[in-house]
Each structure stands twice: as structure tokens, then as C-alpha cells.
Design a protein. Structure first.
Length: 479
């Protein structure tokens, strides 16, 4: 069924930087909440007495699972419904859910709010990059992608740092209250974007979308909880086998459906397929190392949540600096160069920590330099792989391609955290740094693999995206 819709409101002239501001703001909010609760578990345990550690971990896990599961179909929805509409819905849902989480009187309601947050975040991400690609003049598009990528990677890196500071100063509810004014501002700014006549195409295959979303959710759930449930136990096997089956069926349907849940054709591009593999490997190393850093600082070096948060800040600053600097270079490095060099830098810093991780605090000699260098590598990989994924798909598929690429990073992140859980399981209290070194070795190997695959990120030519009004129709034909 073809739906048509016209928005009769008079056009509103928006500042030229507004789409980029919305894009970076949406990206930052969505990824900040992936990691900002890492250091909140002890505070949650105090407030919700009687809730065990496994249940408390769902405050972190539930958001990650649903965000990973919903990103791919959300990308397709952005191509169909339009970036402005999906962004407005996403930021509204995210903001309301953040307020619900901040005032949640029970642990169950907190989990419900986190789930709704993930739904809003999944809508924000593909729509936000669509703003960058369709609403930014061609001459500034490369730097805009660098800023968008930097916002996402900085948010993920800054999450534990900001979370530690807020929990120590104001309690765990402040982690969600901070989203409310920011989300309200983004929603108000989104209303200032011009509205134009739009034509909607058919919605993606509903059955295939449901299978894909449910399948990814089950897979990530099985991997995340496999250690606590037992890898050979029924719940884990049901999640892994059921999730795999659902994803396969969704992909088969997509290969035959007129409006597929997943655009299988995108994977025919070697660069795009490679970008998804790099994203998964990068996500595994990124999220495992961020959580590992918080655990190491608090459990081995005995830092407080505040000290741990501040200690992880330099890496986030370095990541932001690289993302912004790359965008301002007169001759920007290619996505392949950025990805390969960044991944090798991350592998080197993780390898150094795996080989030399002192049990006594050595912030200036060890943590600060590795954090700065690793943060720079993180920023380079994030900009490189995002650029490669965006410019290796045709203009009408920008949002769908981006959604799949970010979903790959989230699924990889869940796998990385699962590996961390397995390697740290059963460690003796006060056992020192040796077991943490094993996780850093895993991160180094994942980054080396990302660098190897990154050599395949070759763009034959830039994707032509109109810089004027026709871009409105080239991307989902809608605002």
C-alpha cells in the first residue's frame, strides 16, 4: 500500500548548522546511555535492597540488547518515514523514558523505562546521520561525518566517567535526569527544521522486521547471559538457537520481499560488508575495554567511582579531538587509512596493558598515556568506519545502511562484554591484575582483526549526495 502525506505548514528557514547540531546531539545522547550506568550498580543495590547483582546488571544490559536489535529496522523506517519525523519521535520517546527512569519508584519500573529509552535511541541514530548526509553542504560533509562519529565515540567513552562523577555527587537518578533538558532542547530544535511535502513509500516487511528484531535480541541476550545461566543450559540454548533461526528466516525473506526488512543488496558492496565486520570487531574491543577499565580502577587500584570516572575522561577527550581534527583537515585521510591506523593504535595500547598492568596505581606513568593514545585510536576508527559505511551505499539507503552498521557495533559490543564476563568469572577477590590482562589481550586481538579487515575499505568514488533541495527526495523522499 502506498501512503502519501503532505505537510502544509509554511517552510521555516533553519540555521545551516542546525541539522548537524541535531545529528551530533542525537548520536551523543543515544550512545551516552550505553555506558553511563556502568558505575551505578553499587548505588542501585543500596537503593533497591534485595535485588541481586545479576538482576541489577539488566539496567545496563537491557538497553544494549534492545538498541542492537532495533537499529537495523529503525534504519529502514528512517528511509521510509523521513529523518525529521523519526528523529522527533525518537527524541520524545527517549526523553520521556529518561524522566520515567529518574523517578522510578521500583526496580521493575526502572527496567521498563530503560527498555523504552532503547526504543527512542534506536530511532535517533539512523535519523541523525541522515541529517548529516542530506542536509549538510557537500563541501562540509566529510567534516560533518567526522563530528557525528566523534559524538558517538566520545559519548560511549565519556559514559563511565560522567556516570562516576554524577553517581558520586548526586546519586544514580541524576544519570537519567541529565537527559531530560538535553532531549527537550533537541526536540524543540527539530521543530525548527523546514517541513516540505513528502511522499511515503511502503513500510518494510512487518514479519521480517519482527523476526530480525526478535532474533538479534535473543542472540545478544543468550551471549550476554550465557555465563550466568550456563552455556549448556536450556535458556541459553533457546536464545542462541532461536535467535539464529529467526535472523536466518528474516534474511531469507528479505532476499525475496519487495520491501525487505534488511537490504541484502547492500552487502554486495565489499566495502560496506567489510565496514560491518570492522564495526562488530571494534564494538567488541570498545565496550569490553570501557567496562574493564571501570572494574579495574575500582577493584584493583581501589579508586572511588568519582576517581575512576575522572581517570577515564582523558581518553574521551582524545577521541573527540581526533574526530574534530580529522574533519578540519584540508586533505583528509581515507576511511581505510583512518580505520587501519586507529585499530592498530588501539591494538598496541591494549597489548601494552595486557603485558604490563601494575597492581599498584600508576596513573601518570600507565593509565594517562594509554588512555590518551587509545582514545585517539578510538576516534580514528569511529570516523573511518562510519565514513566507509555511509559512502559505500546509494543515497536512498543511507539510513538503512547506517542502522545496520551501528547495529553491528552494538552486537559486537555485547559479544565483547560476554567474553569479558567469561574471562573474569570465578576470579578470586584481590587476585590482582593477571585476569584483567587476559581481557586486554582479547581486545588487542579484536583490534588487530579490525585492522586487517579495514584494509578492504576502499571507496571507488564518493557517493553523490545533492547538497540542495533534491537531497530531500534522495533520502526517503521525506522530511
Amino acid at each position: 500500500m502506498i501512503l502519501s502525506h503532505s505537510e502544509a505548514e509554511p517552510p521555516v528557514r533553519a540555521p545551516h548548522c542546525l541539522p548537524l547540531l541535531l545529528a551530533c546531539g542525537g548520536s551523543f545522547l543515544a550512545f551516552l546511555d550505553v555506558t553511563i550506568t556502568n558505575l551505578a550498580v553499587p548505588a542501585l543495590a543500596r537503593d533497591f535492597g534485595g535485588v541481586d547483582l545479576t538482576s541489577l546488571s539488566w539496567v545496563v544490559t537491557l538497553y544494549t540488547i534492545l538498541l542492537a536489535a532495533l537499529l537495523a529496522p529503525a534504519g529502514r523506517m528512517a528511509d521510509v518515514l523521513g529523518r525529521r519525523r523519526l528523529f522527533a519521535v525518537g527524541v520524545t520517546v527517549f526523553t520521556v523514558a529518561s524522566l520515567m527512569a529518574a523517578i522510578a519508584p521500583t526496580f521493575g519500573l526502572l527496567l521498563v523505562a530503560r527498555a523504552i529509552q532503547a526504543v527512542g535511541a534506536a530511532a535517533l541514530m539512523p535519523a541523525s546521520l541522515a541529517f548529516v548526509l542530506a542536509d549538510t553542504p557537500a563541501a562540509r560533509r566529510g567534516s560533518a561525518i567526522g563530528l557525528w562519529s566523534a559524538a558517538a565515540s566520545v559519548a560511549a567513552a565519556l559514559g563511565p566517567a560522567l556516570g562516576g562523577v554524577l553517581v558520586d555527587a548526586y546519586g544514580w537518578r541524576s544519570l537519567f535526569f541529565v537527559n531530560v533538558p538535553a532531549g527537550a532542547l533537541l526536540g524543540w530544535l527539530a521543530l525548527r527544521l523546514p517541513t516540505v511535502a513528502t511522499t511515503r513509500t511502503r513500510l518494510p516487511d512487518v514479519t521480517g522486521t519482527a523476526l530480525l528484531t526478535g532474533g538479534i535480541a535473543l542472540l545478544v541476550l543468550g551471549v550476554t547471559q550465557g555465563q550466568s545461566w550456563g552455556w549448556a543450559q536450556s535458556p541459553t540454548l533457546v536464545c542462541l538457537l532461536g535467535g539464529t533461526t529467526a535472523v536466518i528466516v528474516a534474511l531469507v525473506r528479505s532476499s525475496r520481499h519487495a520491501e525487505p526488512a534488511v537490504q541484502i543488496s547492500l552487502w554486495r558492496s565489499r566495502t560496506y560488508a567489510s565496514a560491518n565486520v570492522v564495526s562488530a570487531l571494534f564494538g567488541a574491543a570498545l565496550y569490553a575495554s570501557l567496562l574493564l577499565g571501570a572494574l579495574f580502577l575500582t577493584e584493583v587500584w581501589h579508586y572511588s567511582e568519582l576517581q575512576a570516572g575522572l581517570a577515564m575522561t582523558p581518553g574521551a577527550i582524545a577521541s573527540a579531538g581526533v574526530g574534530i581534527s580529522v574533519g578540519r583537515l584540508a586533505r583528509r585521510p581515507s576511511p581505510r587509512t583512518l580505520t587501519v591506523i586507529g585499530a592498530l593504535v588501539l591494538a598496541a595500547t591494549s597489548g601494552v596493558l595486557a603485558l604490563w598492568l601494575p597492581t599498584e596505581p600508576h596513573f601518570l606513568a600507565v593509565w594517562l598515556p594509554t588512555g590518551l593514545i587509545g582514545g585517539a585510536g578510538m576516534g580514528a576508527v569511529s570516523v573511518g568506519v562510519s565514513s566507509a559505511a555511509a559512502f559505500s551505499v546509494p543515497p536512498p539507503s543511507f539510513a538503512a545502511g547506517t542502522g545496520l552498521n551501528i547495529a553491528a557495533r552494538q552486537v559486537g559490543g555485547a559479544l565483547g562484554v560476554a567474553v569479558l564476563t567469561v574471562l573474569l568469572a570465578g576470579r578470586a577477590p584481590g587476585g590482582g591484575a593477571a585476569v584483567f590482562a587476559h581481557v586486554y589481550l582479547f581486545c588487542a586481538l579484536a583490534c588487530l582483526a579490525a585492522a586487517a579487515v579495514g584494509t578492504r575499505l576502499i571507496l571507488m568514488a564518493p557517493v553523490p549526495v545533492p547538497a540542495t533541495a533534491p537531497a530531500e527526495t534522495s533520502l526517503a523522499k521525506g522530511a
